[in-house]
Design a protein around this ligand. Structure first.
Ligand code: UD1
Ligand code: UDP
Length: 365
């Protein structure tokens, strides 16, 4: 039997790994499944574990306020060594591009344990954008033995780097597996009731390279446009990073049509996405979820590793300059043709059965 360890530590990794944990755990005759969380996030990770009923076997509990990339990398590397040596897994699965994933893959490399990369092959080809994620994902792919690419485009990126084609499987994105189970008709929430008389704008922002002045510019542009459109209300479930919170409160406090609320549980957030008119974000995962719900997204970043959603027409890169965000956001609110062009639903990231495909590959190898 295969002993499979999954290692993850932040909210987006958990949302995309928990469906896979549950798939592997349901196949007890094929896999022994061990879940190790690094706790790079705390509250935002625990929210997801609760929703998917996943109880970790190991929790490295590394998060501290104001943690640096040095802190996260060294804590994960050191603490995971003990767990890996004790468990001796046949394969370790890591996800995407976080520092948890990079450090976990490095720990496996040092111990010569095979790594499977879930969501392999995403690229911007700009090592500083997003930072440090582009480095993390490339580094994980250097040491991986199994590549679970979400799309043909991500497979192509891996092939162009000379990765062995017999080790790449196109599976779809397991984030869509989660989405398949969360969005429901008849969902209600007091915040959605509050916004029901208006066009709902959903906002998230957290990227490290946007902290500081870019984030201030983003918030100023959003507020300015909303002040000119009285038929809009915004909900902003805010990341727990104190730097994000400070910038948001400085720019957005006192504007009653914009509610800043705590992070939502994933089931709630997906239903908020489904109820929204449009989304402003610098998030990665939301760029994958919104196209299947047919929701236009203005991506407040200079690059994206998710070109499929841009090609599908649902995503538009608007950068972080105040005047560009102001212009694009205003246009989407004022121009029905532009809005219609961006609100077709499409499914470039899979059919919601990525976890099963990944488990099938692991069972065969
Ligand atoms: C991390 C990932 C990023 C991912 C993001 C998802 C890295 C380098 N960054 O960035 O790729 O897009 O998660 O959200 O791996 N905090 C809490 N409680 C929580 C979570 C965070 O208090 O549950 C606060 C802490 O003060 C922490 C800070 O947020 O120090 C930053 O967290 P960190 O994981 O270092 O960076 P993120 O920006 O969340
Ligand atoms: N999300 C959530 N609650 C929120 C905001 C986002 O559950 O309040 C989900 C969202 O649906 C997506 C994921 O968190 O699946 C994205 O996480 P984040 O933006 O923190 O990280 P990224 O995807 O940018 O790495």
């Amino acid at each position: 039997m295969n002993k499979v360890m999954l290692v993850f530590g932040t909210r987006p990794e958990a949302i995309k790994m928990c469906p896979l944990v549950n798939e592997l755990k349901s196949r007890t005759d094929e896999f022994e499944t061990v879940v190790t969380v690094t706790g790079q996030h705390r509250e935002m990770l625990d929210q997801v574990l609760r929703v998917f009923n996943v109880i970790p076997d190991y929790d490295l509990a590394i998060m501290k306020q104001g943690q640096t990339l040095f802190d996260v990398t060294s804590e994960v590397l050191q603490n995971l060594k003990t767990v890996l040596e004790k468990e001796g897994p046949d394969v370790v699965l890591v996800h995407g591009d976080t520092t948890t994933s990079f450090a976990a893959a490095l720990a496996c490399f040092y111990l010569q344990i095979p790594v499977g990369h879930v969501e392999a092959g995403l690229r911007t080809h700009d090592i500083y954008s997003p930072w440090p994620e582009e480095f993390n994902r490339q580094a994980v792919d250097i040491v991986s033995e199994y590549y679970f690419a979400p799309t043909e485009a991500s497979k192509k990126n891996l092939l162009e780097e000379g990765k062995d084609k017999t080790k790449i499987w196109v599976t779809g994105n397991s984030g869509i597996d989660a989405l398949r189970t969360t969005v429901r008709d008849g969902y209600s929430h007091p915040e959605l009731e509050w916004a029901s008389d208006s066009r709902l704008i959903l906002i998230t922002a957290h990227r490290r390279e946007n902290l500081g002045e870019p984030m201030h510019r983003m918030f100023r542009a959003i507020r300015c446009v909303m002040e000119e459109h009285p038929d809009t209300k915004a909900i902003y479930p805010i990341h727990m990073n104190p730097k994000v919170r400070r910038a948001a409160h400085e720019e957005l406090d006192g504007f009653s049509r914009l509610h800043i609320i705590d992070p939502l549980e994933v089931l709630d957030f997906h239903n908020f996405l489904a109820a929204s008119y449009l989304i402003l974000t610098d998030s990665g995962g939301i760029q994958e979820e919104a196209p299947s719900l047919g929701k236009p997204v203005l991506v407040m970043r200079d690059t994206t590793e998710r070109p499929e959603g841009v090609s599908a027409g649902t995503l538009k890169l608007v950068g972080t300059e105040e005047d560009v965000i102001y212009h694009e956001f205003s246009r989407l609110l004022s121009d029905p043709c532009e809005y219609d062009a961006m609100s077709h639903s499409s499914n470039p990231y899979g059919d919601g059965y990525a976890s099963k495909r990944i488990a099938d590959v692991l069972a065969r190898h």
